[in-house]
Write a protein that binds this ligand. Sequence first.
Ligand code: FAD
Length: 438
Amino acid sequence: MKVAIIGGGLAGSECALNLARASIDVVLYEMRPEKLTPAHRTGHFAELVCSNSLKSTELHNAHGVLKREMEILDSILLEFAKLTAISSGRALVVDREMFSAKVSELISSSPKIEVVRNEVTEFPEADYVVVATGPLTSGSFADYLKKIVGDRFLNFYDAVAPVIYSESINLSKMYFKDRHGMDDSIYLNIPLNKEDYLQFVEALRKAEIYEPHLREDKDYFEACLPIEVMAKRGDDTLRCGPMRPDGLNPPGENREPYAVVQLRAENRERTLYSLVGFQTQLKIVEQEKVFRMLPGMEKAEFAVYGKIHRNTYLNSPKILDNYLRLNSMDRVFFAGQLVGTEGYVEAIWGGLLVSYFIIHLIRKKSLPELPPLTTMTGALLDYITHYPYEDFKPMNANFGIISQVHFRIKGRDRRIYKAQRALRDIALWKERNLSEIF
Ligand SMILES: Cc1cc2nc3c(=O)[nH]c(=O)nc-3n(C[C@H](O)[C@H](O)[C@H](O)COP(=O)(O)OP(=O)(O)OC[C@H]3O[C@@H](n4cnc5c(N)ncnc54)[C@H](O)[C@@H]3O)c2cc1C
C-alpha cells in the first residue's frame, strides 16, 4: 500500500510522519525550494509562513482545547512545537527555524517516506492520495483541481465577515426577521436610526486597516468590497448595500428603520452569528471597537475576525464526504487549509486526522467512527463537511461549533465544562478506534 501526499506544509508533513509511524509507505511531493509560493521562503517542510505563534494553550480557549485533543491523538508536529517553544506562557510560541528544521530532519531520515521535489500537476498513482497544497496551491495544480471538482467549488479568495458568539449579544435590542419572509428564525436584525448609522459609518472610515502580507491581498473584487471601503464611498452606500432596511420593519411597526445590520445564524445550534456583508480588512482591535458600537453588540465576543485574503479552498460541504474524501473519488483525501480550516494548528490537525482515517482503512479495511460532536475535532470536521448555506467560508477552532451544554452555566465555566468533556470524549474515541491500528 502506498500513499501519495501532495504538499509538504503543515498538514502534509503531519500526515506523512504519522503514516510512516504506522509503517505505511509514503511519497511526499513538495515543489519547494525549486518553486516557492508567494509566502514561503525556504525548502523546509512545515514552514510557518508568518507568525511563529501556535496560539493559546489554555483550556478555556478553543485553540488550547484543539491542541490538547491533538496531544491525546499523539500529534507529531505538536510535539516538535513544544520541543522548540521559546516561551512557556499562555501561548505556544516556537522558534520557527528550529521547528521546521526538526520536521524536515525527521521526514528526510524516515525510511518510509520518499520525498519528491516536484510541482504536482495531477493526482499521482497511489492507493490513496492526500492533497495538502494549502492556501497558496500552485496555479497549474489549481487548474487541474478545478477540472476535477468543478469551477464553482474551488475558491481563490476569502472574504470573511466577523462571526460572533450568540451568548455574548443582547437579543433584547434585536429582532428576528428575514426580509424575504422565508426563514425568520435565521436572521437577527439590529435597527439603527440616522444618527447612530452615521456615527457607525464615520467610525468605519476612521478605523485602521490591517497591512496584508501578500501584495495581492490589497486587491479585492467589487463583489466583496470591504465594509470600510463601502463606508468611504458615501454616506448612503452601506444603507443601500448590506445595511439596507428593505422589508425589515421591527415587529409591530409599519416603518422600516433608517438602516439595519443583519446577523445570520452560522450553525444548526445557533451558537454563532455572522455579520452579513461585513467582510473587512480592519485590524482586529478596530473590529472589536467599531462593531461593539452597535446596539446589543456592546459585549460581543468574536469567534472569527473578518478578513480578506488570497486563499485557495474547496467548497467542502458540497464536494467532500464526512471523512474529507472527494465524493466522486474516494481514494482522494484533502487536508489542511484547502478544506476550509483556518490557522496553523487547524492545518496540522487536518493532516493528523486524515492520516488516522487512512491508517484505519489500510489496517481494518473500514473507516473509524466519526469523532463525537462534543469534541473540537468532531465539531470542526462536521462544520466543514456540513455547513448548510451556499457561501461556505473557512472556520477556525471555536467553542460555538461544539455541541451545546444544556446547563445553567455561562461564560468561562461553560467553556471549561465543554473543554473537559471534549478531552474525555476524544480519549474515548481514540480508545475505541485507534488502539489496535499500529
Ligand atoms: C500569507 C499567509 C500568512 C498566514 N499567516 C498565518 C499565521 O500567522 N497564523 C496562522 O495560524 N495561520 C496563518 N496562515 C494560514 C495557514 O495556517 C497557513 O497557510 C498554513 O501553513 C496552512 O497549512 P497547509 O498545510 O494547509 O498549507 P501550507 O503549509 O502552505 O503547505 C502547502 C504546501 O504545498 C506545497 N505546494 C503547493 N502546490 C503544490 C504543488 N502543485 N505540488 C507540490 N507542492 C505544492 C507548498 O509549497 C507548501 O509547502 C497564513 C496563510 C497565508 C497565506
